[in-house]
Design a protein around this ligand. Structure first.
Ligand SMILES: [Zn+2]
Ligand SMILES: [Zn+2]
Length: 319
């Protein structure tokens, strides 16, 4: 399986971004992304241009829109049809998500804990969701300096609480890209076997074959009874071999090696750190775990702040 950096949250001049669609796609190519979604606020008017530009730059283009409402922002990707966001009240969200899924679309909650009124309207997620399993992904990291932001810690807490309630939801990082700047950002990496297409990228997001990194990429793979287990897969509780791989060569020009300093790798089971491992490019660990979920975190210093989460995997689920 290969790991590819992608970006699922961007804006252009079709809403409040500075980029033309073509400039956005060129910038994505230049930074080394393999796939990019265009998610302008409440409009899909840039999408035809997105796919033309993506073809030119040999990038995977993903249709999207950011539902921008008084009660929260939601990314809708690859919907074959249109669900009207207008008039969707906080209590209507389960039905809206079902309608989008019926159109083969995917949904992700954008920046759930960003500051709302009076700073911005509707940034904070206030929609009532009773079926969290229906939400395909959650932006645990959002925008610049994501690993050390209080919003990220709160989003991580929400995500972990949902995982502990046996929900399955993929964590992503959203650049919420409006314009070029030199600030540091987190990245979403998808694990894809075979050809990279809109479908294979979104399938990886849906299945949880996703790792987040603000510097080196940490990936995890399991092995139980001769069967290979990827993040997002479910395995029976018991003995498992865990392979951890650390790759410092990803997106080489997109993070500052003097400011992102890894120190250790932690294995997290149901919110508890169960093992601290040294930094090696590759290591194998034996674990025997009860039901729940298992994740690997890369911990270190991020722009002067110690003990920050520099990278993390989505979980392997244990039944
Ligand atoms: Zn937004
Ligand atoms: Zn946005």
């Amino acid at each position: 399986m290969n790991w590819y950096p992608i970006e699922l949250h961007t804006h252009t001049q079709h809403s409040d971004g500075d980029f033309t669609v073509s400039e956005l796609v060129k910038a994505a190519k230049q930074r080394g992304f393999a796939a990019i979604a265009c998610t302008d606020h409440n409009t899909c008017s840039g999408l035809r241009e997105l796919h033309e530009a993506a073809r030119r730059e040999q990038l995977v283009g993903i249709s999207g829109i950011e539902w921008t409402t008084y009660w929260g922002h939601m990314l809708v990707l690859n919907e074959q049809g249109y669900t009207d966001w207008r008039g969707v009240r906080p209590e209507d969200m389960d039905g809206a998500i079902a309608a989008i899924h019926a159109n083969h679309g995917m949904v992700g909650i954008a920046h759930p804990f960003a500051l709302s009124n009076p700073v911005n309207t509707g940034y904070h997620w206030e929609f009532r969701v009773s079926d969290w399993d229906a939400v395909d992904f959650l932006e645990v990291w959002s925008r610049d300096y994501a690993p050390s932001k209080i919003q990220s810690l709160r989003a991580m807490e929400l995500w972990e609480q949902l995982l502990n309630r046996r929900c399955r939801m993929t964590a992503t990082s959203g650049r919420d890209w409006h314009r070029e700047d030199d600030k540091p950002y987190g990245h979403t990496f998808v694990g894809v076997e075979g050809k990279l297409t809109t479908e294979s990228v979104l399938h990886a997001v849906h299945c949880g074959r996703v790792c987040l990194a603000a510097g080196p990429l940490l990936t995890m793979q399991g092995n139980a009874g001769g069967k290979c287990i990827q993040v997002g897969d479910t395995v029976c509780s018991g003995e498992m071999e865990i392979d951890l791989q650390l790759d410092s060569s990803v997106l080489e020009n997109d993070w500052d090696r003097t400011q992102v300093l890894p120190e250790e790798i932690c294995l997290v089971h149901n919110r508890n750190v169960i093992l601290r491992c040294p930094l090696h490019e590759y290591q194998q660990i034996q674990v025997s775990l009860p039901a729940g979920w298992l994740r690997a975190d890369l911990i270190g210093t991020y722009y002067g702040r110690t003990k920050q989460c520099l990278a993390f995997t989505n979980p392997i689920y244990i039944s």
